[in-house]
Design a protein around this ligand. Structure first.
Ligand SMILES: [Zn+2]
Length: 159
């Protein structure tokens, strides 16, 4: 039993160790609250786009005792440590993105919207405005908003 465990660690132990290392490598002390929030953010295969309020709700739902202010602070600490990036995808709403590479976003629907990553290689810029001399473009962030096609709506009404 003991030998078997050493050969293949329990599945739950692996993500914990990965998250612990992630925080340590980023120079963050792995406090209980940081670990709990990091698990919600990083312990899944898909990229997460989450607001502080959403993370606070998720944490509360699984019994993590943390204040909204702590969630905000932790998200900003993770952002400073480059574990997350802050992106403005919708006016008045700040998303924290677990994909820290440069990329664009596809927004589906209104509220709540689904946010999908678009790889930079999928968008091509044929023409860009002139930048003042001595300056260069540092980054471009495209947000594509998609809604249900009008033609599809009309078709549904006619039938
Ligand atoms: Zn993203």
């Amino acid at each position: 039993m003991e030998t078997a465990r050493r050969i293949s660690p329990a599945p739950a132990a692996r993500p914990f160790a990965l998250i612990l290392n992630k925080l340590r490598n980023a120079g963050l002390r792995p406090t209980k609250q940081r670990m709990a929030l990091a698990k919600l953010l990083f312990d899944r295969p898909a990229t997460r786009h989450i607001t502080a309020e959403q993370l606070y709700s998720e944490a509360s739902a699984v019994g993590i005792q943390v204040s909204l202010a702590t969630v905000y602070n932790t998200l900003h600490q993770f952002t400073d440590a480059k574990l997350l990036q802050e992106v403005v995808i919708q006016p008045g709403r700040t998303y924290f993105d677990s994909n820290t590479a440069r990329h664009h976003h596809l927004l589906l629907g209104d509220d709540p919207s689904e946010v999908i990553d678009i790889d930079s290689s999928q968008i091509d810029f044929g023409r860009l405005p002139k930048i003042p001399s001595g300056m260069e473009i540092d980054s471009i962030h495209v947000v594509i908003r998609a809604r249900v096609a009008r033609a599809a709506n009309a078709g549904a009404d006619n039938e």
